[in-house]
Write a new protein. Structure first.
Length: 135
């Protein structure tokens, strides 16, 4: 799993939360990347690609990003995955950043495959915080 944010601090905090929620001493590998290569706010395709290569164990990599241009950067990177030397397969999780990250990392740690990890993350869109169905 790769967590991509505009802020390295935010990406690291979400990574820490997700790993803590697994309750496992041997969690699935999770990389957090954020900010630009010059340590400012932003998103770097180079850093995202490097993070995907670091966590790859041959079963696929899920990537989740926080918002706006981070999403655009990740989608553009995935569109040219071979050119950027990304592992195969790499898939984008269309999910809320925090909730999706926790669900995905918990599922991966429990042994879920890439499809299950993506489904777990994306299912968080349908979980309403008020406990009432969305009208």
């Amino acid at each position: 799993m790769v967590l991509v944010s505009h802020s390295q601090e935010l990406a690291l905090a979400v990574r820490k939360l997700a790993l803590t929620m697994t309750g496992s001493e041997d969690p699935s590998p999770v990389a957090a990347t954020g900010g630009s290569q010059s340590d400012g706010l932003g998103t770097s395709a180079v850093l995202v690609a490097a993070a995907a290569r670091r966590v790859d164990q041959g079963h696929g990599v899920a990537v989740l990003s926080d918002m706006g241009s981070a999403v655009s950067t990740v989608l553009a990177l995935l569109a040219d995955a071979d050119e950027h030397g990304l592992p195969f397969p790499v898939r984008f999780a269309d999910a809320p950043f925090v909730e999706g990250a926790v669900a995905a990392v918990v599922t991966a740690t429990a042994g879920g495959d890439l499809a299950a990890v993506l489904d777990a993350a994306e299912e968080t869109y349908r979980q309403h915080k008020t406990g009432r169905p969305h009208l």
